[in-house]
Design a protein around this ligand. Structure first.
Ligand code: CP
Ligand code: NVA
Length: 313
């Protein structure tokens, strides 16, 4: 404990409760210093970070670039289509070549296996900027946002409604389980979280005192919840299943009626981008419950903590 130097960050599973604590506490300190006027803290001066994207991104791309700059590092954005990956150069070759030039590789990929291959062949830290399996940087920012609002994740009741089998749901489940919160995920059959992720979360819950419920009924999950969380019904790469998913998830929209079942202090969270009229209504995302902009902001502060801890002694 105390350092994460040289480590990869592919999954929330790889982090102990103490390591998550270290990231969140470091993020809080960096955020305080940022608000006190210390915009640049050049602990990574002279380092270069490759940011590789197979898919689009607004928040992750901009917050990672800004995070690197504010730590004194140079961010190098690589869109897959502009690299030799698009002409068939193997990931394992790309990993070894990039490792000779840069101090870390962050990647947003379709298949989580691509990240595992990058990490296996890279000699510098590899960071998951979203895969089909997990979105760990999002979950860490979500945990920070919940702590800012409620003081801690422990004891807080989180309800996730919608596609329970996606990256955001998996990482949220794991982070809440590690930090001792209560999480209920409501999804239709076929879109419930992967069983290996649920098992990992249950193992973490035994140590942390977290409780985990995997449900079908969104009302049951949301009743008394402090946080109501949803994500898109069609993730990047799933466009071919769009119609089927919209049908399966029709009853899972977060609207005012559903929010009225939550606790009196409830907030609404969404990783964004949001599809108004599908997984959430305009009234909820723009309403008094919504803390989605704080949540988006926290990506910056959490990623500064991750980069500083992975890349500096
Ligand atoms: N939440 C999130 O990762 O957003 P982007 O796809 O815009 O990076
Ligand atoms: N589940 C969404 C998250 C986007 C940040 C997707 O993978 O497209």
């Amino acid at each position: 404990p105390g350092t994460l130097q040289g480590r990869d960050l592919l999954s929330i599973r790889d982090l102990s409760r103490e390591e998550i604590r270290l990231i969140l506490d470091t993020a809080k300190q960096l955020k305080q210093r940022y608000y006190a006027g210390e915009r640049v803290i050049p602990v990574l001066k002279g380092k270069t970070i490759a940011l590789l994207f197979e898919k689009p991104s607004t928040r992750t791309r901009v917050s990672m670039e800004v995070a690197a700059v504010q730590l004194g590092a140079y961010p190098l954005v690589l869109r897959k289509g502009e690299t030799q990956l698009s002409r068939g150069e193997p990931i394992k070759d790309t990993a070894r070549v990039l490792s000779r030039y840069v101090d870390a590789i962050a990647a947003r990929v379709y298949s989580h296996k691509s990240l595992e291959e990058l990490a296996a062949y890279s000699t510098v830290p590899v960071i998951n900027m979203l895969s089909d399996l997990e979105h760990p940087l999002q979950a860490l920012a979500d945990a920070l946002t919940i702590e800012e609002r409620f003081g801690s994740v422990k004891g807080v009741k989180v309800a996730y409604v919608g596609d329970g089998r996606n990256n955001v749901a998996h990482s949220l489940l794991l982070v809440v389980a590690k930090l001792g919160g209560h999480i209920a995920i409501a999804s239709p059959p076929g879109l419930q979280p992967r069983s290996d992720v649920v098992e990992a979360a249950q193992a973490a819950a035994e140590e942390s005192g977290a409780t985990i419920e995997i449900l079908e009924d969104p009302r049951e999950a949301v009743r008394g919840a402090d946080v109501v969380y949803t994500d898109v019904w069609v993730s990047m790469g799933e466009e071919g299943e769009a119609e089927q998913r919209r049908r399966m998830l029709r009853g899972y929209q977060v609207n005012e009626q559903l929010m009225s079942l939550a606790s009196s202090r409830a907030v609404f969270m969404h990783c964004l981008p949001a599809h108004r009229g599908e997984e959430v209504t305009e009234e909820v995302i723009e309403g008094p419950w919504s803390i989605v902009w704080d949540q988006a902001e926290n990506r910056l502060h959490v990623q500064k903590a991750v980069l500083a801890l992975l890349l500096s002694p």
